[in-house]
Design a protein around this ligand. Structure first.
Ligand SMILES: Cc1cc2nc3c(=O)[nH]c(=O)nc-3n(C[C@H](O)[C@H](O)[C@H](O)COP(=O)(O)OP(=O)(O)OC[C@H]3O[C@@H](n4cnc5c(N)ncnc54)[C@H](O)[C@@H]3O)c2cc1C
Length: 482
């Protein structure tokens, strides 16, 4: 069978769904191809289940940190209830609800695995082996996401290691759990599993949360230690094996051996571009798809493919491996593809809605550990490396009245990195309990390039943790005009 559409989106993760929705709103006949579950990684094996696994521990920690409420916490976390609640967020790994949304949005869903057979042409192989040829009159968008990277460690692949998929869809919490990695997935899962009763060992080659301000990883490491997590920094597994009883033996470079019931590998992601037939359109398989800010895929010469017909959004373009940032790209790509198809002007200025410029310097991210890490834009080190003349302003969030009343002994740090030439914020990091909702104020300030002298007029309510903004400005000093 041959079907023709204006636009074809490969991959119905959060990102692909949004591209398709935007394209339909722009008047394009749009198909969305999905090989697994509609909703993708975020819904079933990443954001939602991981946050559901973490939430009970957060709530209990919050109650334990408030005199009076603390006395009400008399029992243990009910692990079975946590897993059941997690299952409700993944709809028991059933995508019926998301399929209804796709159909309601006027998108044609095609189930199966898509491979390019040529320019604007794909073959989709369904689970029953039947194939459909899809042709796009205007464009194809690759939104195939990423997959876990398994490092080349002797014995690891044969030891049935877990990736984030097994860790987030777990049915029984292992008594002893080894985690390899020091990034967001590793520290979030270490927090979740430790609060759910595992004896966790974490092995990280580098510092924890190495891309964040250094005090973030330090605070998270200390809190993990307080939860009983055994942390080995500056170490990598030299060898891994699983014995006949199912016990995993992880030998570190220093010769020490860690025994556990399961091992999670959280050491990075790979692009899902290996089985897409990219070679038929002149691109190399297994590579991230580089794009310009309108999400057009760039060839080896750095220019969009002839005819400007191929886009890539979400994890697969490696601009920012986060759902919200991928969905932002999706809105831009869906809109720009519709505009190009109709011969309308493309708004490709930094402020235009057809470009994903925020990917470069203004990516917000929350790490849902205890304490949380919420950051936007550049760290002090990154800003300095990029050549900015900066001033770094730190403030202990616990000194803010709103934080003190929020939790007894509130401990946390805020950092603002100021561009001294323009007197605007390049980056902001909050580390502390419940800082997640502070982040968007920082995002608005960074993206809007709000001058510090105007920020003085953004008065935070009393007594909220947001008063940290006032304290940061006071610490910076009154001379906030460029
Ligand atoms: C444990 C974990 C926790 C995370 N937590 C957060 C978080 O809290 N917040 C956040 O913002 N981000 C989080 N992320 C990152 C987030 O999950 C990803 O950025 C997001 O899922 C990327 O969406 P996507 O649509 O690009 O890719 P995916 O969600 O991976 O979707 C790609 C889809 O394409 C399909 N596909 C692939 N190849 C083909 C093909 N050839 N034919 C047809 N279909 C195909 C796949 O089946 C899949 O459904 C987390 C990631 C992990 C691993």
């Amino acid at each position: 069978m041959i079907k023709e559409f204006d636009l074809i989106v490969i991959g119905a993760g959060a990102v692909g769904e949004n591209v398709a929705d935007r394209a339909v709103q722009g008047g394009l006949r749009t198909a969305l191809v999905e090989a697994e579950l509609v909703g993708g990684e975020c819904s079933y094996w990443a954001c939602m289940p991981s946050k559901a696994l973490l939430r009970a521990g957060e709530v209990v920690a919050a109650a334990r940190a408030v005199g009076g409420a603390e006395q009400a916490v008399t029992g243990e976390i009910d692990v079975a209830a946590v897993l059941k609640r997690r299952d409700s967020f993944t709809s028991d790994w059933d995508d019926e609800g998301q399929v209804k949304w796709v159909e309601g949005a006027g998108i044609e869903l095609i189930r199966g695995h898509a491979t390019f057979t040529g320019v604007k042409e794909l073959e989709v192989r369904a689970a029953d082996g039947t194939t459909t040829t899809l042709k796009a009159t205007h464009a194809v968008v690759v939104s195939t996401g990423s997959t876990a990277l398994l490092p080349d460690i002797p014995g690891l692949a044969d030891s049935k290691p877990w990736t984030s998929r097994e860790a987030t869809s777990v049915k029984a919490i292992p008594a002893r759990f080894t985690i390899v990695g020091g990034g967001v997935v590793a520290v979030e899962m270490a927090t979740a599993y430790a609060t759910l009763g595992s004896k966790v060992t974490l092995i990280s080659r580098g510092a924890l949360l190495a891309n964040q301000e250094p005090f973030a990883g330090e605070a998270v490491g200390k809190a993990l230690g307080d939860l009983g997590v055994d942390i080995h920094l500056g170490q990598s597994p030299a060898e891994v094996s699983r014995d006949a009883q199912g016990v995993v033996h992880t030998t570190l470079e220093d010769g020490s051996v860690i025994d556990s019931d399961e091992i999670l590998v959280a050491t990075g992601r790979l692009p899902r571009t290996g089985d897409l037939g990219l070679e038929t359109i002149g691109l190399e398989p297994n590579q991230w798809l580089n794009t310009d800010d309108t999400l057009l895929v760039l060839g080896e010469d750095g220019a969009p493919l002839p005819g400007e017909w191929l886009y890539a959004t979400g994890d697969v373009n490696h601009r920012a491996l986060l759902t919200h940032q991928g969905k932002y790209q999706a809105r831009a790509a869906g809109d720009v593809a519709a505009a190009r198809a109709k011969g309308e002007p493309v708004h490709d200025q930094p402020w235009g809605r057809h470009v994903a410029t925020a990917d470069h310097q203004a990516v917000p991210q929350v790490t849902f550990t205890e304490p949380q890490v919420a950051s936007i834009g550049m760290t002090a080190a990154a800003a300095e490396k990029a050549g900015y003349r900066t001033k770094v302003v730190d403030y202990e969030i616990g000194n803010v009245a709103g934080a003190a009343v929020h939790r007894d002994g509130y401990a946390g740090t805020a950092r603002a990195v100021v561009d001294e030439d323009k007197k605007v914020l390049l980056g902001v990091t909050f580390v502390g309990p419940d800082v997640q909702e502070l982040l968007h104020s920082a995002t608005v300030a960074v993206v809007g390039e709000v001058p510090l002298h105007r920020l003085w007029h953004a008065v935070p309510s009393y007594p909220t943790i947001s008063e940290v903004w006032l304290r940061l400005l006071e610490t910076y000093g009154r001379d906030a005009s460029a």
